[in-house]
Design a protein around this ligand. Structure first.
Ligand code: FES
Ligand SMILES: [Fe+2]
Length: 427
């Protein structure tokens, strides 16, 4: 969408403190999280130009299914037909009416509620009531198909991009699909267990939730129990080229509690994947916490500067837990895992909401990041700055991995450079 005023948020000067090395970088300005005008510009420039995850692939796997989703202030329809997955703007080609309000089954036809123009699931205009009463020579139905929106699937997720100029999804994802290839996510399913999916309404900016996910500085104080299975010294970077920030816990620990290790692991994982937790914040709005036996996936839906919906799903590799009727023992194991995740997520929500309140109502100027523990935030800030400032998204430079060398990048063994932290002394 064209706009004429250039806000300071679109200038290089505004983002200079985030452009430096992590050793010299600062947190972002309060307005970035709390100002509704910033939010409006961000919807247009960032969510209007990024590949944004909007649904699970399983939600639109069946022909005839139609989903309604919001992206960058636009309403988008996703359909599945024999022609595959398609995305369209949710607006009739007659006089613009919203075609669908909610997810539904459409029996292959999208009907406008106003004057009943009909569209096929692949977006062609197929029926126009009463138009031949007074024929129009200038009207060809072939010119009035629904307006397409770019749509792609990777692993369990459906992505939408409103801009035609953004690099393709495989460029956006970089090495992430290769890095996670052995998990074979396209076969993972959310099991039909009670509470397997859940939505949280969080009083915090979406970026605070991503930042909180992407750093492990807060672990000992916000998550004393989580820090027993995902120990601070076992964390390190898991970042190659791509629009994501990643860290790994290698190995996940079962010494003090084994909440992440009770479910059956996926087949075919190498020694590293089989021992690790992979934590990936895929820019802008997805977090993947991948354990050998399950994934806790969050898709963030920004509602306003200070409010975000978290759509959470548990996914499992094919095996006994995805069977139609998993054993009582497995259901109980999942319940332990689920409770643990919800507990951890509640702790994260509380601290993110508190961060939002402090930023919105106190507004202290940004302080320095801890280079060891908050380096992924600096990477995330740079991506945010790129999307906010680039005049043309076609010029986006997908970031390289942070440092060369397989050990550091791939999390293939226990942390080669554990931090020298004395946790007992830090309370
Ligand atoms: S606005 Fe859709 S048919 Fe008239
Ligand atoms: Fe956390």
């Amino acid at each position: 969408m064209a706009h004429s005023t250039v806000h300071e948020w679109e200038t290089a000067e505004f983002w200079a403190p985030q452009r430096s090395t992590v050793e010299a970088s600062l947190a972002m300005q309060p307005a970035v999280y709390a100002d509704e005008d910033f939010f409006a510009v961000e919807q247009e420039r960032l969510f209007g130009r990024a590949w944004v995850a909007v649904a699970l692939a399983a939600e639109v796997a069946q022909p005839g299914r139609l989903l309604v989703r919001s992206v960058g202030g636009r309403s988008v329809l996703l359909t599945r037909s024999d022609a595959g997955l398609k995305g369209f703007l949710n607006s009739c080609r007659h006089r613009g009416t919203e075609l669908a309000e909610h997810d539904c089954d459409i029996a292959n036809t999208i009907r406008c509620p106003y004057h009943r123009w009909h569209y096929s699931a692949d977006g062609q205009l197929v029926a126009v009531p009463f138009f031949d009463e007074v024929p129009r020579d200038d009207f060809d139905m072939a010119d009035y198909g629904l307006i397409p929106v770019r749509t792609e699937v990777w692993g369990p997720l459906v992505f939408v991009c409103l801009s035609d100029d953004t690099p393709p999804l495989d460029v956006w994802l970089g090495d992430l699909p290769d890095r996670l290839a052995d998990y074979e996510f396209s076969h993972w399913r959310s099991a039909s267990l009670d509470g397997a999916a859940r939505m949280f309404d969080v009083a915090a900016n979406w970026k605070l939730i991503v930042e909180n996910f992407a750093e492990y500085y807060h672990l000992p104080w916000v998550h004393p129990e989580l820090a027993k299975v995902s120990r601070v010294p076992d964390h390190y970077r898991y970042q190659g080229p791509g629009m994501y920030c990643g860290q790994t816990t290698t190995p996940v620990s079962g010494d003090e509690r084994d909440d992440w290790l009770t479910l059956p692991a996926a087949a075919g994982l190498d020694d590293s994947d089989a021992a690790s937790g992979r934590f990936v914040a895929l820019f802008p709005n997805v977090t993947l916490a991948v354990l050998p036996s399950h994934m806790f996936l969050m898709v963030l839906e920004p509602m306003s500067a200070g409010r975000t919906l978290e759509h959470c799903t548990f996914l499992f590799p094919p095996g006994p837990i995805t069977a139609d009727e998993p054993s009582a023992e497995l259901v109980e194991s999942f319940e332990v895992t689920r409770r643990f995740w919800i507990e951890v997520n509640d702790e994260d929500i509380d601290i993110c909401e508190r961060a939002q309140r402090g930023i919105a109502r106190g507004g202290a100027p940004p302080g320095p990041l801890a280079p060891r523990f908050e380096e992924p935030l600096n990477r995330f800030h740079k991506m945010t700055a790129d999307l906010m400032t680039l005049p043309s998204i076609a010029d986006l430079a997908v970031p390289a991995g942070d440092r060369p060398g397989d050990v550091d990048l791939y999390g293939s063994q226990p942390n080669p450079l554990p931090p020298a932290v004395e946790l007992d002394a830090a309370t």
